[in-house]
Design a protein around this ligand. Structure first.
Ligand SMILES: Nc1ncnc2c1ncn2[C@@H]1O[C@H](COP(=O)(O)OP(=O)(O)OP(=O)(O)O)[C@@H](O)[C@H]1O
Ligand SMILES: [Mg+2]
Length: 498
């Protein structure tokens, strides 16, 4: 054959080089072709390419390529070739028509370059672009959502105040506020995602986090669903982003709720467990100690054909679902070095298990259910005539976990104190138009002997002619930060008073 002298040289080529006759019988097959497709030259010489690498190619595709070749003398394009083991390989193939001296078509030379690396790269690029646009979308949603949450949290604050004395209703308002705050943390996360920021993991005691989120979980479930949290005192920590962890748990509980429309039992169980090598390998984790957190329900379960898709973003079987719940849970757990499994029996329920690596180290705030301010530490009556400052201090007090009622003047505060207002700390500015803070304190103490009082002033005490407070009253000097405010509150709350 014409190629005899050249064949040794062509064996050095990285591309698969084939020569076939006009009936597609293979005349030459280089070493790269053997490596790529799995058949050796003796196995394929004389046989049709259509029974080998073009076995999976549609007749139409092959005929189109042939037509181009015959018309133009060559053809090139991306093709999928079949390998001996049944797998496929994506190649860029270049066919050249070789004519004899009389101009008659004799052979077809084809040179095919493996595109696997390029395809991988393109897939990664597409994935990155998808993530980028998802990030942009998330950022936009987070931004608008933040505005809505501001209204929700603000109104929940108002309600919390308005409902003082109505324990049953206050509890609901506090719950709205704390869910709103969690939502705000979540949108913060979304914004970070949009900006490609990482999670903010911290060492957390699992028992503490579960205990802190339990009331919110209970509230999210209707009465016909019984929630049991087992092993709450699980001993040990994990290193995760708290807001994400809580959100993941909430997502799982809401999925369970949706699956138990006629009621049922929801069980959250947490335990530290050492994964054996074999078990760890099965779920693609390193062996070691893990927190195993299972959320089980006895609801509708998931059909076997649907189960493989439930972690896909936007996969939902619900009319109003976004299909992002489980994919977010999965993303969070993976980023935290763990793994999620889901098992389900249609008709009898579902178990989702999160595996999170046990953390060494100790929590930064042991036992403190941060950052949520519940339970409320004090109810503070804040008296300040400057509206902007009133708003600001109120925010600070709330951030410290207090419930706040405000008044714009001493007179207004006195009216509140004469009524049924339930508060234990009075924090008042000293110099105000109308009644001064010092006068207000005197009156307030007469009416409510048990009240803790705290005054604040932008003036030095020496300059407070006529309105200087008695020496036993703690005075907070403006400007003060949250830390000073907290210390002053602690000081008055633990002091004995007249
Ligand atoms: N505990 C469960 N029981 C039955 N089906 C479930 C359960 N958890 C998830 N699924 C199924 O998996 C699908 C995907 O769940 P995922 O939480 O990702 O989205 P969703 O709940 O549909 O929407 P959302 O974004 O509001 O969470 C659900 O639509 C449901 O079909
Ligand atoms: Mg869901």
């Amino acid at each position: 054959m014409i190629l005899h002298g050249l064949s040794d040289i062509l064996d050095y080529a990285a591309d698969a080089i084939l020569v076939r006759d006009m009936d597609h019988h293979i005349l030459y097959w280089n070493r790269a072709a053997t490596e790529r497709y799995g058949w050796s030259a003796p196995q394929v010489l004389g046989q049709s390419v259509l029974d080998h690498i073009y076995m999976g190619t549609s007749e139409h595709e092959f005929a189109t390529a042939m037509r181009t070749l015959m018309r133009l003398g060559d053809f090139s394009g991306r093709m999928t070739h079949r390998r001996r083991d049944g797998g496929t390989v994506t190649v860029h193939s270049h066919w050249i028509l070789v004519r004899d001296a009389g101009g008659l078509p004799r052979f077809i030379l084809s040179i095919s370059t493996d595109l696997r690396e390029r395809v991988d790269f393109e897939e990664r690029l597409v994935q990155a672009q998808k993530l980028e646009s998802l990030g942009g979308l998330a950022g936009g949603i987070a931004h608008d959502f933040n505005n809505l949450l501001t209204v929700i949290i603000g109104n929940a604050d108002e309600l919390t105040e308005e409902l003082r004395g109505r324990e049953d209703l206050t509890e609901l308002a506090v719950m709205i506020r704390s869910a709103g705050r969690r939502g705000a943390q979540l949108t913060q996360r979304l914004l970070s995602f949009a900006r490609n920021e990482a999670l903010q993991p911290e060492v957390l005691e699992v028992g503490v986090v579960l205990a802190a989120i339990e009331p919110l979980l209970r509230r999210s479930l209707p009465e016909n669903i019984a929630l049991a949290i087992q092993c709450r005192q699980v001993d040990g920590c994990v290193f995760v982003d708290r807001a994400q962890f809580e959100t993941a748990l909430l997502n799982l509980c809401i999925n369970a709720r949706d699956a138990m429309s006629r009621g049922g039992k929801l069980t959250i169980c947490a335990s530290m467990s050492r994964l054996s090598d074999a078990r760890a390998r099965r779920i693609a984790l390193d062996s070691g100690e893990y927190l195993v957190l299972t959320v089980s329900d006895d609801g509708s379960g998931i059909a076997a054909e649907v189960l493989p898709q439930v972690f896909d973003p936007f996969f939902t079987t619900k009319a109003r679902g976004s299909g992002l719940g489980l994919s977010m849970v999965d993303g969070f757990v993976r980023q935290s070095g763990g793994h999620v499994t889901i098992e389900s029996q249609p008709g009898s329920g579902t178990v989702v298990a999160l595996y999170l690596p046990r953390a060494r180290g100790t929590p930064l705030f042991p036992g403190l259910p941060l950052p949520d301010p519940s339970p409320v530490a004090h109810t503070v009556l804040l008296v300040e005539d400057d509206p902007a400052l009133r708003h600001h201090v109120r925010k600070q007090l709330e951030a410290l976990g207090n419930a706040v009622v405000t008044a714009a003047s001493g007179e207004e505060a006195l009216v509140l104190l004469q009524g049924e207002l339930d508060c234990d700390v009075l924090l008042s500015d000293i110099v105000m138009s109308g009644m001064s803070g010092t006068e207000l304190v005197r009156e307030a103490r007469r009416r409510r002997p048990g009240l803790h009082v705290l005054l604040s002033s932008g003036y030095s005490l020496d300059n407070l002619e006529g309105v200087a407070p008695p020496a036993d009253i703690v005075v907070l000097h403006k400007p003060y930060g949250k830390l000073e405010l907290r210390n002053a509150l602690e000081q008055v709350a633990f002091s004995r008073h007249a």
